[in-house]
Design a protein. Structure first.
Length: 28
């Protein structure tokens, strides 16, 4: 399962950070 989760998602932390930033901007 670990291989499937990491496959296609090189940097989940970076993606999560981007989503967090966008969420903060859209939900002040």
């Amino acid at each position: 399962r670990d291989a499937e989760e990491t496959e296609g998602i090189d940097s989940p932390d970076l993606l999560e950070g981007i989503i967090d930033s966008v969420w903060v901007e859209t939900h002040p």
